[in-house]
Write a protein that binds this ligand. Structure first.
Ligand SMILES: *Cc1c(COP(=O)(O)O)cnc(C)c1O
Length: 353
């Protein structure tokens, strides 16, 4: 019953087999191998245009390098205050951009509102030399609250950003889970909705360690080969990154993995919603369930060995906040979660309600 995160499990057996398969023979180094080229082609097909693709091993590197390509050191990146780039990357975006400022915007359920975005743009006027210059908008899809921007919300935000001369980055650590729920094409959820650069995460959705920086206009990617190398993310045996992406995409494997992860979260959310005293402050949209548990249920689950994070009161309004004997927790499912894990968790929760 490990619901700590979607990186608590291992890697998909298909991807591990593909890695072993890529082990024999010799290949050009530093990403010039056949697998990396295949990954680039497969992603271009998937996104329905020729993209520039830079594979790296962590989402932090993908985000930080992507943002470095979008902002000068005196620029600002507008993001949600709870965004991974703002809260969980130890200053990597600031470091790789050589000091650009991250500005955290408010918004319920992890989502930036148009009003907050317009407010920030007004607070940092173009050309005012004493202030950083807004250069990029960064949106997380899915958000850190496990919620989604609907396509119309996405289009509205990117239109405001573009009109103000900003480029748009998307943190897609859980892009696969998002696509699974949105039911649209990857192109519709990214460049067709105004996204310039996407950090596409494969690791949390079944890869061993593989994330892609995807630049939809390759003409804007000319400095990224140097930035990636300088960051120490140009793997000499690049084939092992390329093959992970190829295997992840092959035969819709990425969709199947995300489908399973989301389905396990749906099973968990539906079961929990029926238990007296359990509160669900936000809708379950991807593979994360945020729930307020009565203390007794939390204690019983932990005593039985269930693993998950206490989320404090992060993102909750005063009305939603946990009461005296309640805890707000995050439960994350993955391709490796089994229905038996979920059912066991629900059984214990029900019995201690
Ligand atoms: C996990 C995650 C990342 C990537 O994190 P790494 O640990 O650096 O791979 C980026 N953004 C979001 C929203 C995440 O959840």
């Amino acid at each position: 019953m490990n619901f700590a995160s979607d990186n608590a499990g291992g890697a998909s057996p298909e991807i591990l087999r593909a890695l072993v398969g890529a082990n024999s023979g010799h290949e050009p180094a530093y990403g010039a191998d056949a697998f990396s080229l295949q990954a680039q082609e497969a992603l271009s097909r998937l996104f329905e245009r020729d993209c520039a693709v830079f594979l790296v091993t962590t989402g932090t590197a993908a985000n930080a390098l992507a943002l470095a390509a979008l902002t000068p050191p005196w620029g600002a990146v507008l993001c949600h205050e709870d965004a991974h780039i703002n809260d969980d990357e130890c200053g990597a975006p600031e470091f790789f951009t050589a000091g650009a400022k991250l500005i955290g915007l408010k918004g319920a359920q992890g989502k930036i509102t148009a009003t907050a975005l317009e407010g920030a743009l007004a607070a940092y006027p173009r050309g005012l030399v004493k202030q950083v210059q807004p250069a990029a908008l960064s949106l997380s899809q899915a958000t850190e609250c496990g919620t989604l921007y609907a396509l119309d919300e996405l289009n509205a935000l990117t239109a405001i950003a573009r009109a103000a001369g900003l480029q748009v980055h998307m943190d897609g650590a859980r892009f696969a889970n998002a696509i699974e729920t949105l039911g649209c094409t990857p192109a519709e959820a990214s460049w067709k909705a105004g996204v310039d650069v996407l950090s596409l995460g494969a690791t949390k959705n079944g890869a061993l360690a593989c994330e892609a920086v995807i630049v939809f206009d390759p003409a804007r990617a000319t400095d990224l080969p140097f930035r990636r190398k300088r960051a120490g993310h140009t793997l000499s045996k690049g084939r092992f990154l390329g093959v992970q992406m190829v295997a992840w995409l092959e035969n819709g494997h990425w969709r199947a993995l995300a489908h399973h992860a989301n389905a396990m979260a749906a099973r968990l959310a539906t079961g929990l919603a029926d238990i007296p005293g359990v509160r669900m402050p936000w809708p379950r949209q991807v593979n994360e369930v945020f729930t307020i548990l009565p203390g007794g249920i939390d204690r019983a689950l932990r005593a039985a060995g269930a693993r998950y994070y206490d989320w404090g009161a992060r993102g909750l309004t005063a009305l939603e906040a946990p009461g005296a004997d309640e805890v707000f927790v995050r439960l994350v499912t993955s391709f490796a979660t089994t229905p038996a894990d979920v059912d066991q968790f629900l059984k214990i929760a029900r019995a201690s309600a």
